[in-house]
Ligand binder design. Structure first.
Ligand code: 8YV
Length: 313
């Protein structure tokens, strides 16, 4: 008999349900009419959960499943999984790092180019036949501008490599200075924000990083500064961002993530100085397939009694 697995929410890749069903009996948590009853039914046997970084399980669900052994999460960020509860209950947690680095870095540059060169507005200008009446106004550009990366991890470094091609001056902020990194380190985020034209957020969401980018940091970035967030909405005080954008206290923002997804702050929607994407940093066919393979490989490794491929707990 195949072991049971609980899929927490809608699959992040369409192949996932069928792939899971090769090795497991699949139970769909989010579709269950009575979730508590499903947990109670599975409690005596359930050893596996498949999820994404946003779908849980929380401490309550983890504690309701005493036989749980592994939570295999899809995505590099796992802030939606209660890892403290998992650890306390002896449950392992895995994520899908590395395979999405290039993809997220690519969208970051896309947001920066779209903002700097005003590509969305230029596109509307052409379509709305305004060109014949005169040229589109000049825009800014990336070449030679200064960028500060908040969170120089694996994705942050891929972003930096791409910024080098644009001959940008690169700095970073994180909890500590990294050896062998050629970029200027700032121990103080506000100080870095004051010195750069682009502040790029690519750090994990934790209790400590919540609202790191607040009104003070935005004011330090200043009226010619741009904010890019491809990490988690929680790192930026979205209400403060809307105020700063509306009042021209910063120049613009490119956002792939929001505090309350899928509901961006309504104040962002009417602003011309924003480019907004629907948390699609890793959402390409190639990368989502690679992420699915890593998520599945952890489950299969555990089933085979082999070491987990990418454990976080
Ligand atoms: C999600 C992400 O996994 O990897 C992450 O941390 O945020 C994304 O790639 C994706 O949105 C699936 O839910």
């Amino acid at each position: 008999m195949k072991p049971d697995i609980l899929l927490m929410g809608p699959p992040a890749h369409p192949d996932i349900p069928a792939e899971l069903e090769r090795d497991f009996t699949l139970h769909r948590y989010w579709e269950a009419p009575d979730r508590a009853a499903l947990l109670a039914k599975l409690a005596p046997s359930l050893r596996y959960v498949s999820t994404t970084g946003h779908q849980g399980p929380d401490a309550e669900v983890i504690r309701a499943l005493p036989k749980l052994e592994l939570i295999s999460s899809f995505g590099v960020g796992y802030d939606g999984v209660d890892t403290a509860a998992a650890k306390a209950e002896g449950v392992r947690v895995t994520n899908t790092p590395d395979v999405l680095n290039d993809c997220v870095a690519e969208l970051t540059l896309g947001l920066m180019l779209a903002l700097a060169r005003e590509i969305p507005a230029s596109d509307r200008f052409v379509r709305e036949a305004k060109w014949a009446a005169g040229n589109y106004p000049f825009t800014g550009e990336l070449t030679g501008a200064r960028a500060g990366i908040l969170g120089l991890g694996r994705i942050g470094k891929e972003i930096a490599r791409r910024l080098e091609v644009f001959r940008m001056e690169i700095a970073y902020h994180g909890r500590r200075q990294q050896e062998g990194v050629p970029y200027r380190y700032y121990g103080d985020l506000r100080e870095m924000a004051r010195e750069v034209d682009w502040l790029i957020v690519i750090a994990p969401a934790t209790a400590e990083s919540r609202h790191l980018v607040d009104a003070v940091v935005l004011d330090a970035l200043g009226p010619t500064g741009h904010l890019i967030n491809v990490a988690r909405g929680a790192l930026v005080d979205e209400a403060a961002l809307v105020a700063a954008l509306s009042e021209g206290r910063i120049a613009g923002a490119g956002l792939d993530v929001f505090e309350d997804e899928p509901h961006p702050h309504p104040g962002l929607l009417g602003l011309a100085n924003t480019v907004l994407t629907p948390h699609s940093g890793s959402a390409t066919w190639r990368t989502r397939r690679l992420m699915a393979e890593v998520m599945l490989s952890n489950l299969r490794a555990h089933l085979a009694g082999e070491p987990l491929k990418t454990p976080v707990v």
